[in-house]
Design a protein around this ligand. Structure first.
Ligand code: ZN
Length: 290
């Protein structure tokens, strides 16, 4: 896999990186704060020429999610588009060498305990992170599902020039529309998937995101899908029917959504590539066996 450094960070992100570096400095994991970020060259190039063809996109309908799960590799490794709603759509496939399902799941239990841990993941863009019940999240007597699911996770981060303040509701993928048999058949062994609402309107679902991982030859193969906006299929989540009026209120038109789709794709590419580069070592030092 050929990597290329990210060479553009806007001024606000540069300042946030400097702030984050200071906040992490006193923590025992400070040496894992690495602001040299690299991404797969092929993925960066795939995102540089506009929207992907509509025929290669998926809606968040149960039928389309099943189609995706039936043959996840059938779809391009990276792309973005604007769908009905309007809805920003992003799809990526990450190869994470040296990462296991266990490490990936552990990350989602470990990082929201302190916002500084979240900053390790994307030093330029991650600002805030906490869960409603941190004791439950940290309770090692419970399962991954018991700790993470239905434990609302508030995040603050930069998505390009936008700021996203949202509440993520991590849930079992079957609650989000994934068919259990198809998931199993595809070999998925890790999920950190959620529906989410903006902090400004916590009763309105405006995003569905799937992070589904399975073990491959040299590490985790992670498939990510995001639908951000007012897709009619999001009506099956709490307050999804109110998303169109929320979008209007926010002044998000077709162009605004198109920009969010691209910026979200770049954000995803950057943070998951970076996570792959640091997670095995963080886990090695702070993971459950340590
Ligand atoms: Zn992020």
């Amino acid at each position: 896999m050929v990597l290329t450094p990210i060479t553009y960070f806007d001024v606000r992100s540069q300042k946030q990186c400097a702030t984050n570096k200071k906040l992490v400095a006193e923590k025992p994991y400070a040496r894992f704060f690495q602001d040299d970020m690299q991404v797969p060259l092929a993925m960066a190039k795939a995102l540089q020429h506009g929207q992907m063809p509509r025929a290669q996109t998926l809606t968040p309908s149960l039928a389309d999610i099943k189609t995706f799960l039936s043959d996840p590799r059938r779809f391009p490794d990276a792309g973005y588009a604007v769908l009905e709603g309007p809805t920003a759509y992003v799809q990526t496939r990450h190869e994470m060498p040296g990462v296991t399902s266990e490490m990936f799941k552990w990350w989602f239990l470990w990082h929201p305990i302190e916002k500084q841990r979240y900053m390790l993941w994307f030093p330029y863009a991650h600002v805030e992170n906490y869960v409603e019940d941190p004791r439950r999240l940290a309770d090692e007597s419970l399962s991954y599902e018991q700790r993470l699911y239905h434990n609302p996770n508030t995040i603050g981060e930069y998505i390009g020039p936008s700021t996203l303040n949202a509440i993520l509701h991590f849930s079992d993928p079957t609650e989000l529309g994934c068919d259990a048999t198809t998931l199993k058949r595809a070999g998925f062994t890790a999920s950190a998937s959620a529906w989410s609402a903006p902090c400004a309107a916590p009763d309105i679902t405006f995003t569905l995101m799937l992070h589904l991982g399975r073990e491959a030859d040299n590490g985790l193969e992670l498939f990510n899908r995001y639908w951000i906006g007012a897709h009619p299929e999001l009506k099956r989540f709490p307050g999804g029917e109110k998303a169109p009026s929320f979008l209007k209120k926010m002044g998000l038109d077709q162009t605004g959504i198109e920009n969010i789709a691209y910026e979200m794709a770049v954000h995803d590419m950057t943070e998951f590539s970076h996570l792959a580069s640091v997670l095995p070592r963080i886990y090695g030092q702070f993971g459950p066996a340590c």
